[in-house]
Design a protein. Structure first.
Length: 134
């Protein structure tokens, strides 16, 4: 008699599951690393944008723009469209708890997300000083 049953044996299913598990184990860390890297780049870009807008504000108004963490005021006064759904932004001149030295002309811009804090210094250097940053 001939056996015409179609299907997979238990060994074949086990091998497939092992291969899929290995692929997931290899791909997951790479995915999370690229996601963290994208967050860092987004913070850098937003801080550079704020820094440029602060300089334009200073040149136009002959005074430094300071704000607390009110995103609506930052967007309105600096003519920006920053999104606060994933970020908390702060613009000011106080450096308590920050890593940059104070700048009398331009304020300090800080971005916070997912337990990490980035700051842009007056020389344009961006520092991640809290949490794991790539």
């Amino acid at each position: 008699m001939r056996n015409n049953q179609k299907g997979l044996t238990l060994i074949e299913l086990t091998v497939v599951m092992i291969i899929v598990s290995i692929l997931v184990a290899v791909a997951t860390p790479a995915y999370f690393k690229s996601r963290e890297s994208a967050k860092d780049k987004e913070a850098h870009s937003a801080l550079q944008l704020i820094r440029s807008a602060e300089r334009a504000y200073f040149l136009t108004n002959d005074k430094t723009y300071y704000s607390s963490n009110n995103i609506d005021l930052i967007n309105q006064n600096l003519n920006l469209e920053l999104d606060d759904s994933n970020w908390a932004f702060w613009v000011g001149n106080s450096t308590s708890g920050t890593k940059c030295s104070p700048d009398p002309k331009y304020g300090t811009a800080v971005a916070r997300s997912d337990g990490r804090i980035w700051e842009i210094c007056r020389n344009g250097t961006i520092i991640c000083f809290w949490g794991s940053c790539s």
